[in-house]
Write a new protein. Sequence first.
Length: 80
Amino acid sequence: MKICPHCGNELEDSAIVCKNCGSDAETGWKDGAENADLELPDYEEIVENELGKKKNLAAKIATAVIVTVIALTFLLVFCL
C-alpha cells in the first residue's frame, strides 16, 4: 500500500489518483478535482423552502407594541 503525500490516505499500489483528495503523482491534483466550478446552493432559497417565506421580525415587534399600547389605552380609558 502507498500513502498519499497530500492527505495521508492509504492508496492501492496500482492507484494513480487519491480517492480521498483527488491528488495524483504528476500534477498534485486530478483534473477537475477543484471545487471552484461547483455551483453552491442559494442559502436564502434553502431557508425559504425549509421554513417558509422570511418573516420580518421588526414588523412583528412593531405590531405587538402597537397592539399592546392600544389595549393599555383601552383599559385605562374605559376601566378606570
